[in-house]
Ligand binder design. Structure first.
Ligand code: FPP
Length: 229
């Protein structure tokens, strides 16, 4: 598996991309327009994070709880995932490798449509030789389900301890999160990367996700790099 090229570049930034709906409402636009702007902001953040030498960027694209949203909104968000995973030229130009975490497609309860499964597999395959930043999209993801599954699998194969559980996470190669970002003024971690964020700094910002960019990313990075007192 490709890894970022130098240890000092290997900061792991994780983002809960919140506030798309409110961003749209403030502009008198439908919620879907906020998500569209959110996907564009993510494309920008991928470019900016990669240019800053971030090693790992993990984003909460769609949670296991998001399926209860109105079907038209869910369809729109799924379409945006296909759009993001289709940005292959851009991802390759930035040497970004795509990765995914979430409920495995072949497990009971998986609701990921085959079109999205295909887009995820294709993006992973088309970017697999890139050696720069790893962009992990959490899709149909919930952290408690991930940990419960990992603990159960650890139990099946021997002792249940921290190392054994870590080895059974959706992607055991994901390093610990250095800074967890949540936009739009919410101060919750919402079942995202609970295991991986055990020692993370948390950067809460009032900025809505569609407005998040390089300047905000710099704030999060400096928090991640600030020394422990
Ligand atoms: C929160 O906005 C965001 C989501 C539900 C996740 C979807 C994110 C995007 C579409 C951004 C692009 C990302 C990918 C991976 C394609 P919200 O609807 O909860 O906003 P609100 O709290 O203001 O209503």
């Amino acid at each position: 598996m490709a890894t970022p090229s130098s240890p000092q570049q290997a900061l792991h930034v994780a983002c809960i991309m919140d506030g798309n709906g409110r961003w749209a409402r403030r502009r008198g636009l439908p919620r879907t327009a906020g998500h569209t702007a959110g996907e564009e902001a993510l494309a920008t953040v991928v470019r900016e994070a990669s240019a800053r030498g971030i090693g790992w960027l993990t984003v909460f694209g769609f949670s296991t709880e998001n399926w209860v949203r109105p079907p038209s909104e869910v369809r729109h968000i799924l379409g945006l995932h296909r759009k993001l995973f289709g940005r292959i030229d851009e991802l390759n130009a930035n040497n970004v490798r795509v990765n995914w975490i979430g409920r495995p497609f072949d497990e009971p309860g998986s609701r990921t449509p085959t079109t999205v499964q295909k887009a995820i597999r294709q993006a992973i395959a088309d970017t697999r030789n890139n050696t720069g930043m790893v962009l992990t999209v959490a899709f149909d993801y919930g952290s408690r389900a991930e940990i419960a599954r990992a603990a159960s699998r650890a139990g099946e194969s021997g002792d249940v301890n921290v190392e054994a559980i870590s080895r059974q996470l959706y992607d055991p190669s994901l390093p610990p999160v250095d800074v967890l970002v949540r936009t739009s003024g919410e101060t919750r971690v919402s079942n995202f990367l609970l295991w991986q964020s055990a020692g993370a700094r948390i950067y809460f910002t009032e900025c809505s996700w569609p407005d998040f960019g390089g300047r905000e990313l710099d704030e999060a990075i400096s928090l991640a790099r600030s020394s422990v007192s």
